[in-house]
Design a protein around this ligand. Structure first.
Ligand code: SF4
Length: 53
């Protein structure tokens, strides 16, 4: 069973993206770069991103 809520994602060049939603079984989100304290969404990133081949 998929326990993730629907994740809307506009990164359509990701191989997990299906119809502007994430279809991965789980995703890993991390702080961007070398930050140790995110202050806004720009400071976060999806580590699960995989480019379409
Ligand atoms: S893995 Fe990340 S970038 Fe790719 S569709 Fe899911 S949320 Fe978007």
């Amino acid at each position: 069973m998929n326990i993730l809520p629907n994740i809307k994602c506009s990164v359509t060049e990701c191989s997990y993206n299906k119809n502007v939603q994430c279809d991965a079984p789980m995703i890993q989100v991390a702080r961007d770069g070398n930050l140790n304290h995110a202050q806004n969404s720009d400071n976060t990133k999806c580590d699960t991103f995989k480019p379409k081949s």
